[in-house]
Design a protein around this ligand. Sequence first.
Ligand code: A2P
Length: 272
Amino acid sequence: MPQTNLLNAHTDQTVLVAPDGCFAETVTEIEHYTDSLFRFRITRSASFRFRSGEFVMIGLPGEAPVWRAYSIASPNWDDTLEFYSIKVPGGPLTERLQHIQPGDTIWMRRKATGTLVTDALLPGKRLWMFATGTGIAPFASIIRDPESYEKFDRLILVQGCRFVAELAYGKALAVALADDPLIGEMAAGRFQLITATTREDSPITGRLTTCLENGRIEAAADTVLDPATDRAMICGSMAMLESMSEMLQERGLSEGSNARPADFVIEKAFVG
Ligand code: A2P
């Protein structure tokens, strides 16, 4: 796609014109958590609409832009957009993305989509969100959306990582949620973060599948996952999606979609 770059007369900076069907957004904030994990925020065009939990394709301006699906980690009412990313060594997008600075341009396709939305679930009492690694991103959006608290009595976010340091983003989210002027009061006593690690000891050690099977997760939540009243969402690697889906099906939950809401949903398009 041919690009024309314009010169902004006020700032003397080059303005990169986005390809058709894309927004050109500006990086506003970056925070690095570990050598391989970071989050960033970008501006949000007024016409961009999405449902909390959806993903969008993003890319960096260049000769041959590489596009990747990124879950939007901020809720749909927020006036900027947050993303949480892994740095893949040699990865065609993240090798460059990890070096972005405030003021840089990010391209974002105009249409958001995805199945990790409360609309794809039948009404229920408790919402369990199971994430490994950067799979927490869509849930960072959902737990900050008042609509989630209107639809469910309790929101239980369960994140599994290899190492304790990789849990920092989720823990910071939980702390910030309590102080949030919009959500804090709604979430009080109704939101819970449960964490587990596999390659370092922590209060819950083991894979999410193992810890669901051995009752550690339900003990931490002080409740049992009841297919009659509980709904679930899963986000992580393909192997994790498969094993978690199988476990939930064995417990009597059936998989839903936007077209046919049911008891749990997964996101296959997710890229970390
Ligand atoms: P493990 O350390 O035993 O591989 P990754 O970074 O590879 O995506 O893994 C993130 C977390 O997900 C790790 O704690 C990893 O455990 C765990 N994991 C990997 N595969 C599965 C699976 N099939 N079911 C549940 N958890 C998994």
